[in-house]
Structures are given as C-alpha cells and as structure tokens.
Design a protein around this ligand. Structure first.
Ligand SMILES: Nc1ncnc2c1ncn2[C@@H]1O[C@H](COP(=O)(O)OP(=O)(O)O)[C@@H](O)[C@H]1O
Ligand SMILES: [Mg+2]
Length: 260
C-alpha cells in the first residue's frame, strides 16, 4: 500500500521542550504511519528521550501538538495513552515474580482479559513457553527484554515507543528483537525507536529522522539519505571513496565532536 495513504499512528507538530531556560527540543515535527518502523537518530543529548517523554505524556511540552492514533493528547489524553505501548526497563519488574505472574499483573492493569490460552500464545510468540513459572530475576537479559516488550504490547496499542531497545543486547537477542519489530509492522502497528546503531537503522527502519541540538536535520528513508548526500562534499569527506554508509551521512550531518 502507498505510504501516503496509510493512516498515521503518531503526529508530532512543532514540538518545543524547555528545561528551565534551556531548550532541549526545537520545533520538532514528525509522523509515524501504521505499519512503519521510524527511527530517531541523534548524538547524546540531541533530545530523543525528551521527545519520547512528551509523546508518552510524562513531560509537558511548552508548545506543539501530539496526536496518537488520531487522538490529540491534550484533548483526549486517555484515548491517546490507551494507544501507546512503552517498553519498560527490566528493573521496573519485581524479580521474584514469575513470568506468568507479571503478564497477568499487567494484563489486569490494562484491563486485558487473560485466558490460559492467550497467556500461552504470548509466551510462545516470544519463545518463552518453557519459562512461564521462572522468576523474572532468573531470566537472561534477552529474555527479560522480550517479556518487557510483550508487556508493552499487551493492550495492542497502535504505537510502540522503544528508547534504545537494543543497547547492551547480544547479537542473537538483537536479531530476535528486530524480528519482533518486523512482526509488529506486519500487523500494522507503528514503531518509533531511538538507536545509536546505524546498522540497526538501515536494517529495520522504513524512515529515519536525524536530530541534533533538539532540531530535526532531515527525515527520509535510509537509502534516500545515503543517495542524496553521496555527492555532497560538505557532508561526505573526499577521503571516503569506498561504500558510503548511513554512518558517513550521520557523522557528516552531526559533526565529529564527541558529545558528553
Ligand atoms: N530533566 C532534565 N533537566 C534538565 N536538562 C535535561 C533534563 N533531561 C534532559 N536534559 C537535557 O536535555 C537535552 C536532551 O536530552 P535527552 O532528551 O535525554 O537527549 P537524548 O535522549 O537524545 O540523549 C540534553 O542536553 C540533556 O542534558
Ligand atoms: Mg536518550
């Protein structure tokens, strides 16, 4: 289906966020469509987490409009929030509860009826069918991460927000998470994720926004960003004669200086 025709699951328009007198997010606008994986890329301090926090409703922006699945978060906050899934840090879960206890607990919080069959299907989906009675604290990092993703999705939200979901994962767990994200895309959910991995952005993101100092520098598909910058000497230095990657474009657009 033509991307233009797809419904949008997230619309951000003219978002401005200040911490005191410091402006962390400057006039950010972006849109995530149903069935799209959208990557937010930027150096440390670029304003990625602040943007996600405003979308989640945890932080009140000074100005701008945010709509989730068509619901403006100021006018219809409950409907908007019911359509967002956020992956919690694994430290948010009680380590002594079992996997099935945690899933039942969050099912209850979100008002999702949880039959045995449904629970088993969820566990099979994340390849944890044998771990139902294991304590959360005994799971590996990758397994914990899969449980937290399943909980983010328990109420079948239209939009899933993932802040650096693969940081610290081993390659196997990372691949598995990519597959989970692709399955969500197949089911017409929209995903907004942040990442420092250019490989990840190229592998899974349909479109990306590069942001720096709180501002969106560019939004496009990874391939189009490479193609449109390939012959720009101000972006790609002449010494990079070989294969130009998304990382070359990213460094070219955001500079070489290390951010704290
Ligand atoms: N609670 C806060 N109080 C003051 N400054 C903050 C706060 N949170 C973030 N910042 C600042 O806002 C900027 C953007 O931060 P953040 O959104 O966390 O960036 P990113 O996630 O891209 O690394 C940074 O300069 C950061 O130091
Ligand atoms: Mg961050």
């Amino acid at each position: 289906m033509n991307n233009q025709l797809k419904e949008s699951v997230l619309q951000v328009e003219g978002l401005n966020i200040y911490y005191g007198s410091f402006q962390a997010v400057r006039n950010v606008s972006l849109e995530v469509k149903a069935g799209e994986i959208f990557g937010l890329l930027g150096p440390n301090g670029a304003g990625k987490t602040s943007t996600l926090s405003a979308i989640e409703g945890l932080l009140k922006p000074q100005s701008g409009n945010i709509s989730i699945a068509g619901y403006n978060i100021k006018e219809k906050p409950l409907y908007a929030r019911a359509n967002i899934g956020v992956q919690l840090q694994s430290t948010s879960f009680q380590p002594e509860l079992t996997v099935s206890e945690i899933i039942r607990l969050y099912g209850g919080i979100y008002g999702v009826e949880m039959t045995i069959e449904k629970l088993e299907k969820m566990l099979t989906n994340i390849k944890l069918e044998d771990a139902a009675s294991k304590r959360f604290g005994q799971l590996s990092g990758g397994q914990q991460q899969r449980v937290s993703l399943v909980i983010a999705m328990i109420h079948e939200p239209r939009l899933v927000l993932l802040d650096e979901p693969t940081t610290g994962l081993d390659p196997q767990s990372r691949r598995q998470l990519w597959e989970r994200m692709e399955a969500l895309r197949e089911n017409n959910h929209g995903i907004l994720l942040t990442t420092h991995s250019m490989e990840e952005a190229e592998a899974v993101c349909d479109r990306i926004a590069i942001i720096d100092h709180g501002q969106v520098i560019t939004i496009d598909t990874p391939q189009a960003l490479i193609e449109s910058n390939r012959n720009k000497p101000e972006v790609i230095s002449a010494s990079r004669k070989g294969k130009i990657t998304l990382e070359d474009v990213f460094i070219g657009l955001t500079g070489r200086a290390i951010r704290s």
